[in-house]
Design a protein around this ligand. Structure first.
Ligand SMILES: [Zn+2]
Length: 419
């Protein structure tokens, strides 16, 4: 298992030029390598073997192509090996039924990054500023908003120029050994949580915590304004280009804000509990999207599940994704199904009289399905005893972003574990 940390670079004007020079040299090398690759018959070996064949020509290439000597060795190798990834990505698209042609050469705007593998990079301090020291390139100031924990080894660093013109470095690391999870038999009822994820409220769990959806109205307004300005500029002009960057910045701001919220919310659940059950949101997205369209909410649900699953692994927390079908209709107490349009916010069972908030009822179903799925008996977990009255106060998403948790008061265990 591995993951990546992404930090913003603060290159000087001179360093920007250098970064662009390395990026473009990699691009030209990639395009050249692609031509060479296409000359090799498929019968010559596997995809990987054929790409390696091209990579092995690098030493000879450097004899006449001086600029290649300006690149760090693994950077040049990685640029060639990228052909393998591109071809794999292309065939995945083909399998999904997209109409794609063969691999094309890349224009400057399509080739945004280059990668140092294993070596050629290190962190350093210069005049109190952390710099990323890149062999054959420069010592570039970097904004490290958090540390890469000890014990994680950086496998590679990718330098990427975003459409906004900003440069980022992302560090792919191998994780420490995963912590072991507590045995299922030893987990108490209050260490488990079921989460119902929705559109009106982002999340509602079996502990009665409800979190509102993220309010992005201001960001969307700004995006719309900047887009309108862009449409009035002459396409391709300097002003148009400047405005295009502003629009790209707005998109990025929205993306960043949403991710930040999902990071914090998933962190909270993974740290606070020993067992987390959530709906399989991939399936839920399909069930609840009109037609086949996947809306933004369902895209964000996918991200949330991915983050939650990853963070549970990291924290040694059991994670289970359950079938989302009818979690809202079913009564968490007796199992009888009743139809409920979206505007009915309460669950009131005609069979057993159990009453709860609509989403709390769904969260209980998610938890009991989760326990069934991983084989834990849960007869003692009855929602009737623990369910909260309807209309539980909703914590605004903003609070989660600011405080890193939906709790009004941090529990001592969570505080010490965050340490
Ligand atoms: Zn019932």
């Amino acid at each position: 298992m591995h993951h990546a940390y992404r930090f913003r670079l603060k290159p000087t004007a001179k360093q920007r030029e250098l970064l662009d020079y390395h990026r473009d040299t990699c691009r030209q090398l990639y395009n050249h390598a692609l031509r060479e690759f296409n000359k090799i018959p498929e019968s010559d070996g596997t995809l990987n073997q054929r790409v390696r064949q091209v990579r092995d020509q690098l030493t000879d290439l450097k004899d006449w192509w001086d600029e290649l000597n300006d690149l760090y060795s693994t950077v040049a190798q990685a640029a060639v090996m990228r052909i393998e990834d591109s071809i794999k990505a292309l065939s995945e698209l083909k399998e999904k039924g997209y109409n794609v042609g063969s691999l094309n050469w890349k224009a400057p705007r399509d080739f945004r990054s280059f990668t140092y593998v294993q070596s050629g990079f290190e962190f350093d301090k210069k005049n109190g500023q952390t710099v990323l020291s890149l062999s054959k390139l420069a010592d570039i100031p970097i904004e490290c908003h958090r540390d890469i924990p000890d014990g994680e080894t950086i496998k590679e660093v990718t330098l990427k120029k975003e459409p906004t013109g900003e440069w980022y470095a992302s560090f792919a690391v191998d994780d420490k050994e995963e912590p072991s999870k507590p045995s299922l038999a030893e987990i108490d009822a209050d260490e488990m949580v079921g989460i119902d994820v929705g559109i009106l409220k982002y999340a509602h769990d079996t502990d009665g915590t409800a979190v509102g959806s993220l309010d992005l109205a201001d960001e969307r307004d700004r995006l719309e304004r900047e887009q309108r300005k862009l449409s009035r500029k002459e396409h391709g002009s300097n002003n148009w280009e400047k405005q295009r960057r502003r629009v790209a910045e707005c998109h990025q701001q929205i993306k960043r804000k949403r991710r930040d919220f999902l990071h914090k919310l998933s962190n909270y659940y993974a740290r606070e509990y020993n067992l987390v059950a959530v709906e399989d949101l991939d399936v839920k997205g399909i069930l609840e999207s009109p037609g086949n369209s996947r809306n933004t909410a369902s895209a964000a649900w996918d991200t949330f599940t991915d983050l939650l699953e990853y963070k549970c692994k990291r924290e040694g927390t059991h994670f289970v994704a359950v079938d989302p079908e009818d979690t809202t209709k079913e009564c968490a107490s007796c199992g009888v199904k009743t139809d409920k349009p979206l505007w009915v916010r309460e669950h009131s069972c005609p069979a057993c009289r159990f009453e709860a908030d609509r989403d709390a009822n769904a969260a209980w179903n998610v938890l009991s399905r989760g326990l069934t799925d991983i084989g834990v008996a849960h007869s003692e977990l009855t929602p009737v005893e623990t369910a909260l009255p309807t209309g539980t106060a909703v914590v605004p998403a903003k609070r989660v972003v600011e405080a890193g948790s939906p709790c009004l008061k941090e529990s001592p265990t969570a505080a010490s574990r965050q340490g």
